[in-house]
Design a protein around this ligand. Structure first.
Ligand SMILES: NC(=O)C1=CN([C@@H]2O[C@H](COP(=O)(O)OP(=O)(O)OC[C@H]3O[C@@H](n4cnc5c(N)ncnc54)[C@H](OP(=O)(O)O)[C@@H]3O)[C@@H](O)[C@H]2O)C=CC1
Ligand SMILES: CC(=O)[C@@H](O)[C@H](O)COP(=O)(O)O
Ligand SMILES: [Mn+2]
Length: 382
């Protein structure tokens, strides 16, 4: 039985992970679960999966869970210390990082230091802390397995191949709900319109990121750190069907692609079972029903976030933290209807122009830069 700690168990990835476990109870032992504020769902999950620990960030949720879970003998912890603690428990083999945002950085480091295998969905962690995480991994027996669909695909396409033979990584992008639109069409789009992803059912933040193409920008940086590939050798192609999850082009002209249904339970199950392959818990791709696969150039002019991501990644140092923190803040402001859709990219651009790049940034400095960037964004919109 594999001992699992799931950070962000109440979210889109977290609940899909629990669905896999529910269908294969003999393979997994749920040791710890966590949420931000959804105490009700976390309570239900705890009663169903009987973990040793649950962690919640929110005070009220903490009181509620302490009272309700006492009779079940499940320990309840709070905040970042709780998250870091559950990642290091002796009976945890694997930590699924499925919380959203750069808040995942510290617990991921704690898990690496404790030698745990990490199934990484939380891409923001690698965007802001790629350098630190890479160095931590070098000192640890911990392994990082990608869960993000594109990176799971690349990981599978790269398996057994000589790295010197790689010509380029090709990340596929759905194009989001506004594919084919120009800036003039996007002035008045609402959060509801932006949240309607054409292919995937995901959490709010990543859905907005997909609509701006920031998701692909973050994924380019994620791919750079995961596979140690230069930005000039990472390309993005729009593939509206999202059946090919990504591809690797080799120097001899061969392209190896990974295909599958648009169901995140595939890459989650792959990471849970790696290096083995178990029968799919969710079925198989029907090639005849999915017999049209098309490809387009991304529209860099309309969706400026993609270019900003390459720029931040290539600049390196503190710039990806500025990009990510400005984006996290801007997405929240857009969801609260305090800014317009097109202002998201504007705010990120202004933040990247405002902050000078710093190199060799420590963990503490990353969080200071995050706070300064969030403050800067809020000043901008006053
Ligand atoms: N959804 C998807 O299909 C995919 C997601 N990803 C990545 O996976 C990560 C999770 O995405 P997704 O599942 O969609 O997100 P959701 O918003 O659906 O879920 C986020 C989870 O994290 C918790 N959480 C939110 N904020 C905090 C916080 N400040 N501190 C601690 N926990 C917090 C939430 O708790 P609560 O419920 O209480 O708010 C919830 O459990 C993201 O990094 C995303 O980019 C990657 C590929 C695909
Ligand atoms: C499922 C997944 O991995 C998401 O990151 C998805 O790829 C988002 O789709 P976009 O290609 O629209 O960003
Ligand atoms: Mn993805």
């Amino acid at each position: 039985m594999k001992g699992l700690c799931i950070l962000g168990s109440t979210g889109s990835i977290g609940t899909q992970a629990l669905d896999i476990i529910r269908r294969d109870r003999n393979s997994y032992d749920v040791i710890a679960l966590s949420a931000n504020s959804n105490a009700k769902l976390l309570y239900e999950q705890a009663v169903e999966f009987q973990p040793d620990y649950v962690v919640i960030m929110d005070d009220e949720g903490f009181k509620f869970l302490k009272e309700k879970l006492f009779i079940h003998g499940i320990k309840v912890l709070k905040g970042m210390e709780g998250l870091e603690f559950i990642c290091t428990l002796h009976n945890v083999d694997m930590v699924l990082t499925s919380l959203v945002g750069m808040v995942g950085l510290k617990p991921t480091i704690a898990a690496i230091r404790a030698g745990k295998t990490i199934a990484l969905a939380n891409k923001e962690t690698l965007v802001v802390g790629g350098d630190i995480i890479t160095k931590e991994l070098e000192k640890s027996k911990s392994k990082l397995l990608p869960v993000d669909s594109e990176h799971s695909a690349l990981f599978q396409c790269l398996k057994g191949e000589d790295r010197k033979s790689i010509h380029r990584l090709i990340l596929t992008a759905s194009g989001g709900p506004f594919r084919g639109k120009r800036k003039a069409d996007l002035i008045y789009v609402t959060p509801e319109m932006a949240l309607k992803h054409p292919r995937w059912n995901m959490g709010k933040k990543i859905s907005i990121d997909s609509a701006t193409l920031m998701n692909k920008a973050l994924e380019v940086i994620e791919a750079h750190w995961l596979f140690d590939i230069d930005y000039d050798s990472i390309d993005v192609v729009v593939h509206p069907q999202s059946i090919i999850h990504s591809m690797v082009e080799y120097v001899d002209g061969s392209i190896i692609a990974q295909l599958g249904n648009t169901d995140m339970r595939h890459p989650i199950q792959y990471a849970f079972e790696y290096p083995n392959r178990n029968p799919s818990v969710v079925g198989y791709l029907d090639l005849i029903k999915n017999n049209v696969l098309t490809f387009e150039q991304p529209d860099y002019e309309t969706f400026e976030c993609l270019e900003l991501g390459y720029k931040a990644g290539k600049t390196g140092g503190s710039m990806p933290t500025v990009l990510n923190a400005a984006n996290e803040e801007a997405v929240e402001l857009f969801l609260k209807r305090k800014i317009k859709f097109l202002e998201i990219a504007e705010i990120i651009k202004e933040s990247m122009n405002h902050f000078k790049v710093e190199y060799n940034v420590t963990l503490e400095r990353i969080f200071e830069i995050e706070m300064s960037t969030r403050d800067f964004v809020n000043q901008l919109i006053k």
